[in-house]
Design a protein around this ligand. Structure first.
Ligand SMILES: *Cc1c(COP(=O)(O)O)cnc(C)c1O
Length: 219
């Protein structure tokens, strides 16, 4: 199947309210252009340098989503153009994004990453930290970022019950946080292997790579 066919196949399965971010990490610009020509505009990368090279090479109406772990010293490279940062996992990172966005007179939409998986290796706030941070009011001082929602990744497992439980937990955290951040409207959860479960559990944004572009050899 071609990239265009894969993309259309997935789009047919997504409800209207779910946004598809096509994850292009490690894939060449030619592949991205095929998806672009099929109408796709939201693309996701997990490395800032790679994303910046692709931003430079590709049409400027593409919305670039930074979905990976963000190193603070690289925020400056994406600040001029990034459409949304999904993996925000610390107050210090929010401060850096705010500062760099301000230098470009922009407001950068951000998602706070929540740690829902069993693996220790996945990044993110836990719910207590998140509630404390939001209650601290520090966010109100950050005029150049807008927290639009939450992002999470389930444990890498075949156990669908486990994955469902983790996504349900993230949705519950999201609902509780809405009282404090009523402007939130994005819940980014679900990848190639688990997006159907994620949508069942309330996802509004899925990040799908290999089901569109085929397997990656690295990354
Ligand atoms: C790579 C990646 C994806 C997409 O993974 P696939 O299994 O290829 O769909 C989604 N989210 C994040 C954070 C990723 O790093």
């Amino acid at each position: 199947m071609s990239i265009k066919e894969n993309l259309n196949h997935i789009k047919e399965m997504l409800p209207e309210h779910v946004t598809l971010v096509a994850v292009t990490k490690t894939k060449p610009v030619g592949d991205i252009l095929q998806a672009y020509e099929a109408g796709q505009r939201h693309f996701g990368e997990n490395k800032i340098q790679e994303m910046t090279l692709k931003w430079e090479a590709l049409p400027k109406d593409i919305q670039w989503h930074m979905i990976g772990h963000v190193q603070r010293n690289k925020v400056k490279y994406m600040a001029p153009y990034v459409a949304m940062v999904h993996g925000v996992d610390s107050p210090k990172l929010l401060q850096e994004i705010n500062k760099r966005a301000g230098q470009h007179r922009r407001t950068i939409p951000c998602l706070l990453q929540v740690h829902i998986a069993e693996e220790q290796t996945k990044f993110g706030f836990d719910e207590t930290e998140l509630q404390e941070y939001v209650a601290s009011g520090d966010l109100k001082g950050l005029k150049h970022i807008r927290v639009m929602g939450l992002m999470g990744m389930a444990t890498f497992t075949e156990d669908e019950h486990q994955i469902r439980k983790e996504f349900r937990n993230l949705k519950a955290i999201y609902d509780r946080l809405l009282k404090h951040l009523p402007e939130m409207n994005i819940l980014s959860m679900g990848m190639s292997g688990d997006y159907k479960i994620a949508i069942d559990e309330g996802s509004t944004m899925v990040r799908i790579g290999s089901s569109i572009f085929g397997p990656r050899s690295y990354g």
